[in-house]
Design a protein around this ligand. Sequence first.
Ligand SMILES: Nc1ncnc2c1ncn2[C@@H]1O[C@H](COP(=O)(O)OP(=O)(O)OP(=O)(O)O)[C@@H](O)[C@H]1O
Length: 457
Amino acid sequence: MTVTVRFAPSPTGYIHIGNTRTALFNWLFALKNGGRFVLRFDDTDVERSKSEYAEAIATDLDWLGVKPDRVEHQSKRFAVYDAAVEKLKSAGLLYPCYETTEELERRRKLRLTRRLPPIYGREALKQTDAERTAFEAEGRKAHWRFLLPNFKDDPFSPVRTEVHWDDLVRGPQTVDLASMSDPVLVREDGTYLYTLPSVADDIDMGISHIIRGDDHVTNTGAQIALFQALGAEPPEFGHHNLLTTISGEGLSKRSGSLSVGSLREAGYEPMAVASLAVLIGSSENVIAAADMQVLAEHFDPAATSKSSAKFDPAELDTLNRALVHTLDFEAVRGRLAALGIEGESAEAFWIAVRGNLGRVSDASLWWKIVNEGVHSTPDLSEEDIAFVRQAFDFLPPEPWDRQTWKIWTDAVKEASGRKGKTLFMPLRLALTGLSSGPELADLLPLFGREGTLGRRP
Ligand SMILES: Nc1ncnc2c1ncn2[C@@H]1O[C@H](COP(=O)(O)OP(=O)(O)OP(=O)(O)O)[C@@H](O)[C@H]1O
Protein backbone atom coordinates (compact mmCIF):
# COMPACT_ATOMS: atom_id res chain seq x y z
CA MET A 1 0.00 0.00 0.00
CA THR A 2 1.31 3.47 -0.87
CA VAL A 3 1.31 5.70 2.18
CA THR A 4 -0.49 8.96 1.41
CA VAL A 5 -1.11 11.54 4.12
CA ARG A 6 -2.62 14.97 4.12
CA PHE A 7 -2.50 18.21 6.07
CA ALA A 8 -5.84 19.99 5.72
CA PRO A 9 -5.80 23.46 7.28
CA SER A 10 -8.57 25.98 6.83
CA PRO A 11 -7.01 29.15 5.36
CA THR A 12 -8.63 31.37 7.98
CA GLY A 13 -5.46 32.72 9.59
CA TYR A 14 -1.76 32.04 10.01
CA ILE A 15 -0.76 28.54 11.12
CA HIS A 16 0.52 28.25 14.67
CA ILE A 17 2.89 25.88 16.37
CA GLY A 18 0.02 23.40 17.06
CA ASN A 19 -0.96 23.18 13.38
CA THR A 20 2.78 22.78 12.68
CA ARG A 21 2.79 19.69 14.88
CA THR A 22 0.04 18.16 12.72
CA ALA A 23 1.76 19.11 9.46
CA LEU A 24 5.08 17.69 10.64
CA PHE A 25 3.63 14.47 12.08
CA ASN A 26 2.22 13.83 8.61
CA TRP A 27 5.38 14.94 6.81
CA LEU A 28 7.65 12.78 8.95
CA PHE A 29 5.29 9.83 8.71
CA ALA A 30 5.43 10.10 4.90
CA LEU A 31 9.21 10.52 5.01
CA LYS A 32 9.64 7.40 7.15
CA ASN A 33 7.34 5.30 4.97
CA GLY A 34 8.35 6.54 1.52
CA GLY A 35 4.90 8.10 1.22
CA ARG A 36 3.27 11.13 -0.37
CA PHE A 37 2.11 14.31 1.34
CA VAL A 38 -0.96 16.23 0.19
CA LEU A 39 -1.57 19.84 1.27
CA ARG A 40 -5.32 20.29 1.08
CA PHE A 41 -6.83 23.66 1.87
CA ASP A 42 -10.17 23.32 3.60
CA ASP A 43 -11.52 26.51 2.04
CA THR A 44 -15.17 25.64 1.47
CA ASP A 45 -16.17 28.37 3.94
CA VAL A 46 -15.88 31.24 1.48
CA GLU A 47 -16.69 33.90 4.09
CA ARG A 48 -13.74 33.08 6.35
CA SER A 49 -11.21 31.58 3.91
CA LYS A 50 -8.75 33.93 2.24
CA SER A 51 -6.27 33.19 -0.54
CA GLU A 52 -3.60 35.28 1.22
CA TYR A 53 -3.86 32.95 4.22
CA ALA A 54 -3.49 29.91 1.94
CA GLU A 55 -0.37 31.49 0.42
CA ALA A 56 1.02 32.31 3.87
CA ILE A 57 0.43 28.71 5.02
CA ALA A 58 2.25 27.37 1.94
CA THR A 59 5.15 29.77 2.64
CA ASP A 60 5.31 28.76 6.31
CA LEU A 61 5.35 25.04 5.44
CA ASP A 62 8.04 25.58 2.83
CA TRP A 63 10.16 27.48 5.36
CA LEU A 64 9.78 24.59 7.80
CA GLY A 65 10.96 22.16 5.11
CA VAL A 66 7.59 20.59 4.25
CA LYS A 67 7.37 20.18 0.46
CA PRO A 68 3.95 18.85 -0.60
CA ASP A 69 3.68 16.37 -3.48
CA ARG A 70 0.24 17.71 -4.28
CA VAL A 71 -1.69 20.89 -3.38
CA GLU A 72 -5.49 21.02 -3.58
CA HIS A 73 -8.19 23.55 -2.77
CA GLN A 74 -11.53 22.10 -1.66
CA SER A 75 -13.34 25.13 -3.09
CA LYS A 76 -12.46 23.77 -6.56
CA ARG A 77 -13.66 20.23 -5.94
CA PHE A 78 -17.42 20.52 -5.51
CA ALA A 79 -18.08 17.94 -8.25
CA VAL A 80 -16.51 15.27 -5.99
CA TYR A 81 -18.74 16.26 -3.05
CA ASP A 82 -21.89 16.51 -5.18
CA ALA A 83 -21.24 12.98 -6.46
CA ALA A 84 -20.84 11.70 -2.88
CA VAL A 85 -24.13 13.36 -1.92
CA GLU A 86 -25.93 11.64 -4.78
CA LYS A 87 -24.46 8.31 -3.77
CA LEU A 88 -25.65 8.72 -0.18
CA LYS A 89 -29.10 9.95 -1.22
CA SER A 90 -29.67 7.04 -3.55
CA ALA A 91 -28.66 4.65 -0.77
CA GLY A 92 -31.18 6.34 1.54
CA LEU A 93 -28.39 7.42 3.89
CA LEU A 94 -28.81 11.19 3.54
CA TYR A 95 -32.19 12.58 4.52
CA PRO A 96 -33.75 16.05 4.44
CA CYS A 97 -34.66 17.82 7.70
CA TYR A 98 -36.63 21.01 8.05
CA GLU A 99 -36.34 21.78 11.76
CA THR A 100 -35.33 25.26 12.79
CA THR A 101 -32.64 25.80 15.45
CA GLU A 102 -35.38 26.72 17.96
CA GLU A 103 -37.31 23.52 17.29
CA LEU A 104 -34.18 21.44 17.72
CA GLU A 105 -33.35 23.20 20.99
CA ARG A 106 -36.87 22.64 22.34
CA ARG A 107 -36.69 18.93 21.54
CA ARG A 108 -33.24 18.65 23.04
CA LYS A 109 -34.52 20.04 26.35
CA LEU A 110 -37.54 17.72 26.24
CA ARG A 111 -35.30 14.70 25.78
CA LEU A 112 -33.17 15.79 28.70
CA THR A 113 -36.22 16.07 30.99
CA ARG A 114 -37.20 12.54 29.88
CA ARG A 115 -33.67 11.36 30.70
CA LEU A 116 -33.00 10.51 27.06
CA PRO A 117 -29.62 11.31 25.45
CA PRO A 118 -29.87 14.84 23.98
CA ILE A 119 -29.35 13.70 20.40
CA TYR A 120 -31.44 14.21 17.27
CA GLY A 121 -34.46 11.87 17.39
CA ARG A 122 -34.71 11.36 13.63
CA GLU A 123 -38.16 12.95 13.55
CA ALA A 124 -37.59 14.03 9.93
CA LEU A 125 -37.48 10.40 8.83
CA LYS A 126 -41.16 10.11 9.80
CA GLN A 127 -42.25 13.03 7.65
CA THR A 128 -44.32 12.36 4.58
CA ASP A 129 -43.65 13.75 1.11
CA ALA A 130 -46.70 15.98 1.51
CA GLU A 131 -45.29 17.46 4.72
CA ARG A 132 -41.97 18.14 3.01
CA THR A 133 -43.69 19.79 0.06
CA ALA A 134 -45.61 21.98 2.52
CA PHE A 135 -42.36 23.08 4.21
CA GLU A 136 -40.86 23.93 0.82
CA ALA A 137 -44.00 25.90 -0.08
CA GLU A 138 -43.54 27.87 3.16
CA GLY A 139 -40.06 28.78 1.91
CA ARG A 140 -38.21 26.43 4.27
CA LYS A 141 -35.11 24.75 2.91
CA ALA A 142 -33.85 21.35 3.99
CA HIS A 143 -30.57 20.58 5.68
CA TRP A 144 -29.33 17.01 5.17
CA ARG A 145 -28.31 14.51 7.79
CA PHE A 146 -26.26 11.35 7.40
CA LEU A 147 -28.09 8.31 8.80
CA LEU A 148 -25.57 6.73 11.14
CA PRO A 149 -25.61 2.91 11.14
CA ASN A 150 -26.59 2.72 14.84
CA PHE A 151 -29.70 0.59 14.32
CA LYS A 152 -30.49 -2.88 13.05
CA ASP A 153 -33.65 -2.78 10.94
CA ASP A 154 -35.48 0.07 12.56
CA PRO A 155 -33.78 3.50 12.66
CA PHE A 156 -35.96 4.43 15.65
CA SER A 157 -34.62 1.81 17.99
CA PRO A 158 -30.98 2.67 18.41
CA VAL A 159 -28.61 -0.11 19.29
CA ARG A 160 -25.15 0.16 20.66
CA THR A 161 -22.92 0.50 17.62
CA GLU A 162 -19.35 0.86 18.53
CA VAL A 163 -16.76 1.95 16.04
CA HIS A 164 -13.28 0.69 16.79
CA TRP A 165 -9.91 1.63 15.41
CA ASP A 166 -6.33 1.13 16.43
CA ASP A 167 -5.02 4.66 16.70
CA LEU A 168 -1.41 5.23 15.58
CA VAL A 169 -0.92 7.48 18.60
CA ARG A 170 -3.51 6.53 21.22
CA GLY A 171 -3.81 2.80 20.67
CA PRO A 172 -7.23 1.01 20.59
CA GLN A 173 -10.15 3.50 20.46
CA THR A 174 -13.92 3.11 20.67
CA VAL A 175 -16.68 5.59 19.82
CA ASP A 176 -20.29 4.64 20.47
CA LEU A 177 -22.47 5.94 17.64
CA ALA A 178 -25.62 5.47 19.76
CA SER A 179 -24.59 8.56 21.70
CA MET A 180 -24.30 10.73 18.57
CA SER A 181 -26.77 12.70 16.48
CA ASP A 182 -26.88 11.98 12.78
CA PRO A 183 -24.42 14.62 11.55
CA VAL A 184 -25.61 17.39 9.25
CA LEU A 185 -23.55 17.16 6.06
CA VAL A 186 -25.27 19.83 3.95
CA ARG A 187 -26.67 23.14 5.27
CA GLU A 188 -29.97 24.80 4.26
CA ASP A 189 -28.13 27.02 1.78
CA GLY A 190 -26.54 23.98 0.10
CA THR A 191 -23.06 24.58 1.56
CA TYR A 192 -21.09 21.68 3.00
CA LEU A 193 -19.97 21.24 6.56
CA TYR A 194 -16.44 19.94 7.08
CA THR A 195 -17.22 16.19 7.26
CA LEU A 196 -18.40 15.27 3.78
CA PRO A 197 -15.77 17.13 1.69
CA SER A 198 -13.12 15.79 4.02
CA VAL A 199 -14.15 12.13 3.69
CA ALA A 200 -14.97 12.39 -0.04
CA ASP A 201 -11.52 13.87 -0.68
CA ASP A 202 -9.76 11.34 1.52
CA ILE A 203 -11.34 8.62 -0.62
CA ASP A 204 -10.69 10.38 -3.93
CA MET A 205 -7.05 11.16 -3.04
CA GLY A 206 -6.32 7.68 -1.69
CA ILE A 207 -5.39 8.95 1.79
CA SER A 208 -4.06 5.93 3.68
CA HIS A 209 -3.39 7.55 7.09
CA ILE A 210 -5.18 10.50 8.71
CA ILE A 211 -2.99 12.10 11.37
CA ARG A 212 -4.44 15.10 13.17
CA GLY A 213 -5.10 16.67 16.57
CA ASP A 214 -7.13 14.83 19.19
CA ASP A 215 -9.83 17.53 18.85
CA HIS A 216 -11.08 15.19 16.08
CA VAL A 217 -11.35 11.89 17.98
CA THR A 218 -15.16 11.91 18.27
CA ASN A 219 -15.58 13.01 14.63
CA THR A 220 -13.63 9.93 13.62
CA GLY A 221 -16.44 7.60 14.75
CA ALA A 222 -18.95 9.18 12.34
CA GLN A 223 -16.32 9.57 9.64
CA ILE A 224 -15.47 5.87 9.66
CA ALA A 225 -19.19 5.19 9.17
CA LEU A 226 -19.24 7.67 6.29
CA PHE A 227 -16.25 6.01 4.58
CA GLN A 228 -18.14 2.73 4.77
CA ALA A 229 -21.40 4.27 3.54
CA LEU A 230 -19.50 5.56 0.50
CA GLY A 231 -18.18 2.06 -0.15
CA ALA A 232 -14.59 2.79 0.92
CA GLU A 233 -12.24 1.09 3.33
CA PRO A 234 -11.53 3.63 6.13
CA PRO A 235 -7.90 4.75 6.35
CA GLU A 236 -5.84 4.38 9.50
CA PHE A 237 -6.10 7.17 12.06
CA GLY A 238 -3.72 8.84 14.48
CA HIS A 239 -4.74 11.59 16.91
CA HIS A 240 -1.94 13.49 18.61
CA ASN A 241 -2.22 15.70 21.69
CA LEU A 242 -2.75 19.43 21.30
CA LEU A 243 -0.22 22.13 22.16
CA THR A 244 -1.03 25.10 24.36
CA THR A 245 0.81 28.27 25.32
CA ILE A 246 3.10 28.12 28.35
CA SER A 247 0.22 29.36 30.51
CA GLY A 248 -2.06 26.61 29.18
CA GLU A 249 -4.18 28.66 26.74
CA GLY A 250 -5.39 27.01 23.55
CA LEU A 251 -4.10 28.13 20.15
CA SER A 252 -6.15 29.44 17.29
CA LYS A 253 -5.29 30.55 13.79
CA ARG A 254 -7.56 33.50 14.25
CA SER A 255 -5.86 34.79 17.40
CA GLY A 256 -2.44 34.69 15.73
CA SER A 257 -0.66 33.48 18.88
CA LEU A 258 2.58 31.51 18.34
CA SER A 259 2.23 31.76 14.58
CA VAL A 260 4.99 30.21 12.46
CA GLY A 261 5.43 33.55 10.69
CA SER A 262 6.13 35.37 13.96
CA LEU A 263 8.71 32.75 14.97
CA ARG A 264 10.38 33.07 11.55
CA GLU A 265 10.45 36.87 11.85
CA ALA A 266 11.93 36.58 15.33
CA GLY A 267 14.89 34.83 13.69
CA TYR A 268 14.43 31.23 14.84
CA GLU A 269 15.84 28.37 12.74
CA PRO A 270 13.16 26.30 11.01
CA MET A 271 14.65 23.06 12.36
CA ALA A 272 14.56 24.41 15.93
CA VAL A 273 10.85 25.21 15.55
CA ALA A 274 10.20 21.85 13.83
CA SER A 275 12.13 19.86 16.46
CA LEU A 276 10.21 21.39 19.34
CA ALA A 277 6.82 21.19 17.56
CA VAL A 278 7.35 17.44 17.05
CA LEU A 279 9.20 16.30 20.15
CA ILE A 280 7.50 18.13 23.04
CA GLY A 281 4.72 16.22 24.71
CA SER A 282 6.31 12.87 23.92
CA SER A 283 8.61 10.50 25.76
CA GLU A 284 11.34 11.23 23.18
CA ASN A 285 14.18 13.52 24.29
CA VAL A 286 13.80 17.01 22.86
CA ILE A 287 16.83 17.51 20.63
CA ALA A 288 17.71 20.14 18.03
CA ALA A 289 17.59 17.98 14.87
CA ALA A 290 19.87 19.25 12.11
CA ASP A 291 17.49 18.15 9.35
CA MET A 292 14.25 16.27 8.68
CA GLN A 293 16.00 12.92 8.34
CA VAL A 294 17.41 13.24 11.85
CA LEU A 295 14.04 14.43 13.19
CA ALA A 296 12.34 11.47 11.47
CA GLU A 297 14.65 9.10 13.38
CA HIS A 298 13.47 10.62 16.66
CA PHE A 299 9.81 10.77 15.65
CA ASP A 300 7.58 8.05 17.05
CA PRO A 301 3.82 8.71 17.03
CA ALA A 302 3.26 6.00 19.65
CA ALA A 303 5.59 7.83 22.08
CA THR A 304 3.26 10.86 22.10
CA SER A 305 1.60 11.68 25.42
CA LYS A 306 -2.22 11.71 25.63
CA SER A 307 -2.48 14.98 27.51
CA SER A 308 -1.85 18.42 26.03
CA ALA A 309 1.69 19.83 26.03
CA LYS A 310 2.90 23.35 26.77
CA PHE A 311 5.01 25.16 24.21
CA ASP A 312 7.82 26.86 26.12
CA PRO A 313 9.59 29.68 24.24
CA ALA A 314 12.62 29.31 26.56
CA GLU A 315 13.03 25.74 25.28
CA LEU A 316 12.93 27.07 21.72
CA ASP A 317 15.73 29.49 22.59
CA THR A 318 17.85 26.63 23.94
CA LEU A 319 17.30 24.49 20.82
CA ASN A 320 17.93 27.43 18.53
CA ARG A 321 21.20 28.28 20.26
CA ALA A 322 22.36 24.66 19.96
CA LEU A 323 21.57 24.64 16.23
CA VAL A 324 23.18 27.99 15.46
CA HIS A 325 26.43 26.78 17.04
CA THR A 326 26.64 24.02 14.45
CA LEU A 327 25.65 25.94 11.30
CA ASP A 328 28.43 26.19 8.78
CA PHE A 329 29.10 29.32 6.82
CA GLU A 330 27.41 28.14 3.63
CA ALA A 331 24.17 27.59 5.52
CA VAL A 332 24.07 31.22 6.64
CA ARG A 333 26.01 33.08 3.92
CA GLY A 334 22.86 34.61 2.38
CA ARG A 335 21.34 35.62 5.69
CA LEU A 336 24.61 37.17 6.85
CA ALA A 337 24.93 39.11 3.58
CA ALA A 338 21.42 40.46 4.17
CA LEU A 339 22.69 41.76 7.51
CA GLY A 340 25.64 43.43 5.74
CA ILE A 341 28.08 40.73 6.90
CA GLU A 342 30.08 39.85 3.80
CA GLY A 343 33.50 40.02 2.27
CA GLU A 344 36.79 38.25 2.81
CA SER A 345 36.58 38.00 6.58
CA ALA A 346 32.89 36.95 6.76
CA GLU A 347 33.58 33.21 7.05
CA ALA A 348 36.30 33.54 9.72
CA PHE A 349 34.02 35.99 11.53
CA TRP A 350 31.12 33.48 11.47
CA ILE A 351 33.26 30.64 12.79
CA ALA A 352 34.56 32.94 15.55
CA VAL A 353 31.17 34.16 16.77
CA ARG A 354 28.58 31.41 16.10
CA GLY A 355 29.26 29.64 19.40
CA ASN A 356 28.05 32.73 21.22
CA LEU A 357 24.87 33.45 19.34
CA GLY A 358 21.28 32.66 20.30
CA ARG A 359 20.05 33.59 16.81
CA VAL A 360 21.88 34.16 13.52
CA SER A 361 20.76 37.81 13.53
CA ASP A 362 22.70 38.39 16.77
CA ALA A 363 25.84 38.23 14.58
CA SER A 364 25.22 41.91 13.69
CA LEU A 365 26.27 43.02 17.15
CA TRP A 366 29.64 41.27 16.84
CA TRP A 367 30.19 42.41 13.25
CA LYS A 368 29.81 45.96 14.55
CA ILE A 369 32.20 45.32 17.42
CA VAL A 370 34.78 43.84 15.04
CA ASN A 371 34.52 46.56 12.43
CA GLU A 372 33.54 49.68 14.33
CA GLY A 373 34.96 49.26 17.81
CA VAL A 374 33.75 48.59 21.33
CA HIS A 375 30.06 48.04 22.02
CA SER A 376 30.04 50.71 24.73
CA THR A 377 32.67 52.52 26.78
CA PRO A 378 34.12 49.87 29.08
CA ASP A 379 33.54 50.31 32.78
CA LEU A 380 37.15 50.07 33.99
CA SER A 381 38.78 51.32 37.20
CA GLU A 382 41.70 53.79 36.99
CA GLU A 383 44.01 50.94 37.90
CA ASP A 384 42.66 48.66 35.16
CA ILE A 385 42.90 51.45 32.60
CA ALA A 386 46.56 51.90 33.45
CA PHE A 387 47.07 48.13 33.19
CA VAL A 388 45.35 47.88 29.79
CA ARG A 389 47.27 50.87 28.39
CA GLN A 390 50.51 49.21 29.37
CA ALA A 391 49.36 45.86 27.97
CA PHE A 392 48.81 47.43 24.55
CA ASP A 393 52.57 48.15 24.40
CA PHE A 394 53.15 44.38 24.26
CA LEU A 395 51.00 43.71 21.16
CA PRO A 396 53.07 41.46 18.86
CA PRO A 397 53.80 42.52 15.29
CA GLU A 398 51.61 41.17 12.45
CA PRO A 399 50.85 38.69 10.86
CA TRP A 400 48.28 37.67 13.44
CA ASP A 401 46.58 34.35 13.89
CA ARG A 402 44.88 32.32 16.64
CA GLN A 403 48.17 32.09 18.59
CA THR A 404 48.56 35.86 18.83
CA TRP A 405 46.26 36.15 21.87
CA LYS A 406 48.32 33.66 23.86
CA ILE A 407 51.64 35.18 22.83
CA TRP A 408 50.36 38.62 23.81
CA THR A 409 48.77 37.69 27.13
CA ASP A 410 51.78 35.57 28.15
CA ALA A 411 53.97 38.63 27.69
CA VAL A 412 51.48 40.84 29.59
CA LYS A 413 51.25 38.28 32.39
CA GLU A 414 54.98 38.23 32.84
CA ALA A 415 55.34 42.00 32.80
CA SER A 416 52.36 42.79 35.06
CA GLY A 417 52.24 39.79 37.34
CA ARG A 418 48.46 39.63 36.78
CA LYS A 419 46.81 36.33 35.94
CA GLY A 420 43.36 34.72 35.53
CA LYS A 421 40.33 36.99 35.64
CA THR A 422 42.27 40.11 36.69
CA LEU A 423 44.37 39.73 33.55
CA PHE A 424 41.71 38.73 31.03
CA MET A 425 38.59 40.64 32.08
CA PRO A 426 40.01 44.18 31.74
CA LEU A 427 41.41 43.20 28.32
CA ARG A 428 38.07 41.73 27.19
CA LEU A 429 36.21 44.82 28.39
CA ALA A 430 38.68 47.16 26.71
CA LEU A 431 38.58 45.24 23.41
CA THR A 432 34.83 44.62 23.11
CA GLY A 433 33.02 46.72 25.72
CA LEU A 434 31.30 43.54 26.94
CA SER A 435 32.16 41.14 29.74
CA SER A 436 31.42 37.99 27.71
CA GLY A 437 31.52 36.93 24.10
CA PRO A 438 33.45 34.89 21.56
CA GLU A 439 36.98 33.78 22.33
CA LEU A 440 39.43 36.65 22.08
CA ALA A 441 41.91 34.33 20.36
CA ASP A 442 39.41 34.23 17.46
CA LEU A 443 38.49 37.91 17.59
CA LEU A 444 41.98 39.36 17.72
CA PRO A 445 42.99 38.38 14.13
CA LEU A 446 39.66 39.84 12.96
CA PHE A 447 40.37 43.16 14.69
CA GLY A 448 43.93 43.25 13.24
CA ARG A 449 46.73 45.15 14.94
CA GLU A 450 45.50 48.55 13.87
CA GLY A 451 41.90 47.77 14.81
CA THR A 452 43.12 46.58 18.21
CA LEU A 453 45.24 49.64 18.86
CA GLY A 454 42.18 51.78 18.12
CA ARG A 455 40.58 50.29 21.24
CA ARG A 456 43.27 51.54 23.58
CA PRO A 457 41.45 53.27 26.47
N1 LIG B 1 -3.32 23.53 19.52
C1 LIG B 1 -3.15 22.56 18.64
N2 LIG B 1 -2.18 21.64 18.83
C2 LIG B 1 -1.98 20.65 17.93
N3 LIG B 1 -2.70 20.51 16.79
C3 LIG B 1 -3.67 21.40 16.53
C4 LIG B 1 -3.95 22.47 17.43
N4 LIG B 1 -4.97 23.19 16.92
C5 LIG B 1 -5.31 22.60 15.74
N5 LIG B 1 -4.53 21.54 15.49
C6 LIG B 1 -4.60 20.65 14.34
O1 LIG B 1 -4.27 21.40 13.18
C7 LIG B 1 -4.94 20.85 12.03
C8 LIG B 1 -5.54 21.97 11.21
O2 LIG B 1 -6.66 22.42 11.91
P1 LIG B 1 -7.50 23.69 11.66
O3 LIG B 1 -7.23 24.27 10.31
O4 LIG B 1 -8.88 23.40 12.05
O5 LIG B 1 -6.79 24.64 12.73
P2 LIG B 1 -7.25 25.36 14.07
O6 LIG B 1 -6.04 26.06 14.58
O7 LIG B 1 -7.92 24.35 14.96
O8 LIG B 1 -8.30 26.31 13.48
P3 LIG B 1 -9.01 27.68 13.78
O9 LIG B 1 -8.22 28.47 14.77
O10 LIG B 1 -8.98 28.27 12.40
O11 LIG B 1 -10.36 27.24 14.25
C9 LIG B 1 -5.96 19.86 12.60
O12 LIG B 1 -5.51 18.57 12.34
C10 LIG B 1 -6.00 20.13 14.09
O13 LIG B 1 -6.23 18.95 14.83
